[in-house]
Design a protein around this ligand. Structure first.
Ligand code: RB5
Length: 180
């Protein structure tokens, strides 16, 4: 698995520590910057990593800024990117199991090096569980494509939902087991 990494000025130190962790695990990565402490704009780096992942040359992306939030907002603007901003391992692992996250974002002003390393480790090792979660990701893809099913409010009798669309809507609201 090859990882595309980037940070802004706030994330530089944590990025270095996480690169050392990846080196120790012999996990290949490419660093897309930034390389210095001068103030930079995090969306530029989120864009580089999002495009690298979408190119297929990198399986996953890792983005670090002050909070992880700006990076995740920017990365999630790219269709096909599922970026999760995490500050503890549980969410990071579940973002893989349930959301098939392909970009992990962390905040260097939120988590220390030790915790960030555990978050990254859990995220790298967790796999997507598919099944009902895939169905939900398909719904997100539909949203990305601007192809949402019509809501009742928008419908007129002549635009009534087709049987196929009804089945999709039923699936959307079907109850699931306790673990959801
Ligand atoms: C930079 O000061 C900071 O705004 C940035 O690193 C990030 O936290 C944005 O979400």
């Amino acid at each position: 698995m090859k990882i595309a990494i980037a940070c802004d000025h706030a994330g530089l130190e944590l990025k270095s520590a996480l690169k050392a962790y990846l080196d120790s695990r012999m996990i290949p990565y490419e660093d897309f910057g930034t390389d210095g402490t001068a103030s930079v704009d995090y969306p530029r780096y989120a864009e580089k990593v999002a495009k690298a992942v979408l190119s297929g040359q990198f399986e996953r992306g890792l983005l670090i800024c002050g909070t992880g939030i700006g990076m995740s907002i920017a990365a999630n603007k790219f269709a096909g990117i599922r970026a999760a901003a995490c500050s503890e391992p549980f969410s990071a692992i579940l973002s893989r199991r349930h959301n098939n996250s392909n970009v992990l974002c962390m905040g260097a002003r939120v988590v220390g090096t030790g915790l960030a390393t555990l978050i990254l480790e859990g995220w790298l090792n967790a796999g997507f569980e598919g099944d009902r979660h895939q169905r939900r990701l398909d719904m997100i893809t539909r949203i990305e494509l601007g192809n949402q099913p019509p809501t009742p409010r928008q419908e007129t009798p002549s635009e009534a939902t087709s049987p196929v669309e009804n089945k999709l809507l039923d699936e959307d609201t079907k109850p699931v087991d306790a673990n959801g």
